[in-house]
Design a protein around this ligand. Structure first.
Ligand SMILES: [Zn+2]
Length: 246
C-alpha cells in the first residue's frame, strides 16, 4: 500500500513499524508547518529533515519514504521568496517526488501568489491542500487557479462526500484523507465504490492532530471484504505509484 499524504516528522518510530507490519510499503511525507516558521531557514531546515531524517526512519522499518517539498499556506512568512529560491536545489534530491503540500488556507493574495509560483514548477506532481473552513469556496478558487496555470498531475486532497462533486469535475486525482474530522473509512469505501472511473488516492494525513497510521490499510481491508479488491488496489496502491513513482 501507498499512503500518499503524511507528515511522518510528527510521528513516533512505532508508526513506521505498524505501517510496515500492515503492508504499507510506500509513504509520501509532505512539507507543512510543524513549528513557527519565523525565518526562511526554519523551513529549509524542515526540508532537510524530511529528506535525511524521515527517509532513514522509514528504511529501518522496510517502508520507502518519498518526500514532497513546498511552502504550505500556513508556512508563509515575510521571507517566503528566499525559501522559494532555495526550493529547486532540494527538489533535485532523489527522494523528492512531489511539490507539496501547497494550496490555500485563507485565500489571501500572498497565499495565491505562492501557490501559483509552486504550481508553475514543471515536472513534479503537486499535492494540494484544501482547508476545512469554507471548503467549497476555497476548492473552487483552487481549481480555477490550477486551470489558469495549466498544472498537470495534481492531487486535490482532503476531499470528502460534501466536496467530491467539485473535485471529480476538475478531472484531477482525488485525495481521500481518512482522519477524524475529515473522511471516515466508511466515507472512503462508499466513494470508491460509487465512482468507478475516479482516480482516488487514499491517505491518512498523519500529523500532530489525532490521526491513524492504519487508515489506508483499513480502507484496503474493508473494500476487499466487500468484494472490491480491484478498486482497493487502485486507490490504495496503484494510483499513487503511477503518479509519484514514474
Ligand atoms: Zn497535510
Amino acid at each position: 500500500m501507498f499512503d500518499t499524504h503524511t507528515h511522518m516528522d510528527t510521528r513516533p518510530f512505532e508508526d513506521f513499524e505498524l505501517m510496515g507490519v500492515a503492508g504499507v510499503t510506500d509513504v509520501l511525507t509532505l512539507a507543512h508547518d510543524p513549528m513557527r516558521m519565523s525565518t526562511a531557514d526554519v523551513l529549509v531546515d524542515h526540508f532537510y529533515k524530511l529528506i535525511y531524517g524521515e527517509v532513514r526512519r522509514g528504511a529501518e522499518n522496510g517502508v520507502s519514504v518519498h518526500v514532497g517539498l513546498g511552502v504550505h499556506p500556513r508556512s508563509i512568512n515575510d521571507q517566503v521568496d528566499t525559501t522559494l529560491a532555495a526550493l529547486p536545489d532540494y527538489l533535485e534530491h532523489p527522494a523528492v517526488v512531489a511539490i507539496g503540500e501547497i494550496g490555500l488556507e485563507r485565500c489571501t493574495d500572498v497565499e495565491e501568489r505562492v501557490f501559483r509560483r509552486q504550481l508553475g514548477i514543471d515536472y513534479y506532481p503537486k499535492v494540494i491542500h484544501t482547508p476545512r473552513r469554507e471548503k467549497r469556496e476555497a476548492l473552487e478558487r483552487i481549481i480555477a487557479i490550477v486551470d489558469e496555470v495549466g498544472a498537470k498531475d495534481v492531487v486535490i486532497d482532503h476531499i470528502d462526500p460534501s466536496t467530491v462533486d467539485i473535485a471529480l469535475e476538475a478531472g484531477a486525482y482525488v485525495g481521500l484523507t481518512v482522519q477524524p474530522g475529515k473522511a471516515s473509512v466508511r466515507d472512503a469505501v462508499e466513494l470508491i465504490i460509487e465512482y468507478a472511473e475516479a482516480k482516488f488516492v487514499v491517505n491518512s494525513d498523519l500529523s500532530a492532530q489525532r490521526s491513524d497510521c492504519l487508515s489506508v490499510a483499513r480502507v484496503m481491508h474493508a473494500l476487499t471484504i466487500e468484494g472490491y479488491a480491484d478498486r482497493a488496489y487502485k486507490a490504495c496502491v496503484q494510483n499513487g505509484r503511477d503518479l509519484f513513482l514514474r
